[in-house]
Design a protein around this ligand. Structure first.
Ligand code: GLU
Length: 369
């Protein structure tokens, strides 16, 4: 049987700082050269690779001789110093293989606006077409909590969706996801596969790894899988792991992709968009949306908050829980006047009727979390 990963044409590879540091304090050039070699080989084999690389703070901290746990401002300063060093190191590593790299810095905020999301997507696609290896990192200089991805694991899952990758590889300093922390429990076993809908056991105890820990890797891999992208958590500390994975052999922990993922537009709604308001609906409306894939009508709307305009993303809430996101056909002011009414009463109430539905089923993503 051929492994689907062997056929993966477009791949996102995320490398954590723990891997890039090797055994030292700053970036380990030998590790970068090894990974660049494996990525260049994949590229020569017809695969397109986007690299998501951490390591800016690591490199800056070493250069500035900062303490091991600097505060946020110092971290941002370190990232600004370290990012150019990181790129220089990748550039040198890839130049040996005749490959050009591109720096792509993103914040979560950049991908929340649909137009900017589409722009980022187009630029990445163009770079890949030109044979360039995009090196993506979070734009730490401007990223504060509200506009942060939080960690590069989450960023890599979004980037994988952005470029329609068929595989996401999260390289870390552990062999994969274990049933328990392997450094403490000698009986801990590597989990080879996580199937769609299966929740991986006892993640919290699987041991720390990188900024977000194993938990953020599992979340990122799960999110990619839900979007139809198979994801692997594997060791980046060992040579040849990436090449082996791309050749189709089993390494680390694989999260199998769901067969029928959400359409692209819905993926953006569910995972990248920033709602401008909340619409509280009744239980009947929730049931119609979730179980019967219907549109949201004014009659099911109980209350709303936020100053959203027509076309904005809104959260749909029932029983205090956000269960879907969608694009509202009405602004908050108009919706306040027609909530609870039948569609046939909209025109008489507003003097115009932009749409029959408040949120059309095509512009709606039901959330699985
Ligand atoms: N953007 C950070 C850096 O380049 C790393 C964030 C992470 O490791 O998740 O140092």
């Amino acid at each position: 049987m051929t492994d689907p990963r062997a056929a993966a044409r477009r791949v996102v590879v995320k490398v954590g700082s723990g891997v890039l540091a090797g055994r030292g304090e700053g970036l380990d050039g030998a590790v970068l050269r090894r990974l660049a070699g494996e990525i260049a080989a994949a590229r020569a084999g017809g695969r397109e690779v986007v690299l998501v690389s951490s390591g800016a703070i690591l490199a800056g901290r070493e250069r500035l001789r900062l303490p091991a746990r600097p505060d946020t401002r110092l971290k941002q300063a370190a990232a600004a110093v370290g990012q150019s060093r990181l790129m220089r190191a990748w550039e040198a590593a890839f130049a040996r293989r005749g490959r050009t790299v591109a720096q792509v810095l993103l914040t979560a905020d950049d991908l929340r606006e649909r137009a900017r999301y589409l722009n980022a997507r187009a630029t990445l696609q163009t770079l890949l077409r030109l044979g360039v290896v995009p090196v993506v990192n979070e734009n730490d200089t401007v990223a504060v909590d509200e506009i942060k991805f939080g960690d590069n694991d989450g960023l890599s899952a979004l980037v994988a969706g952005l470029v329609d990758a068929s595989l996401l590889v999260l390289l870390t300093d552990q062999d994969g996801l274990f049933t328990d922390d392997p450094r403490v429990n000698p009986d801990a076993r590597l989990i080879a596969r996580v199937r769609p809908g299966e929740s991986p056991p006892r993640i919290g105890r699987a041991g720390p790894s990188g900024t977000g820990g194993m938990e953020s890797k599992v979340r990122a891999a799960g999110r990619a899988a839900e979007n139809g992208i198979s994801a692997v958590i594997a060791s980046g500390a060992k040579s040849g792991v990436l090449s082996a994975l791309l050749a189709g052999s089993e390494r680390g922990t694989r999260f199998e992709a769901v067969e029928k993922p959400l359409a692209k537009r819905r993926q953006w709604l569910a995972f990248a968009s920033q709602p401008k308001g909340r619409i509280v609906v009744d239980a009947g409306a929730r049931e119609a949306l979730v179980a019967r894939s219907k549109s949201l009508l004014a009659t099911g709307v109980r209350s709303l908050t936020g100053a959203f305009a027509p076309g904005d993303v809104v959260s749909l809430v029932e029983g205090g829980v956000e269960f879907a996101r969608g694009l509202s056909n009405f602004g908050a002011g108009d919706l306040e006047r027609i909530r609870g009414l039948k569609s046939s009463q909209i025109e008489a109430t507003l003097g115009h009727k932009p749409a029959d539905e408040v949120v059309h089923r095509d512009n709606l993503a039901v959330l699985k979390r």
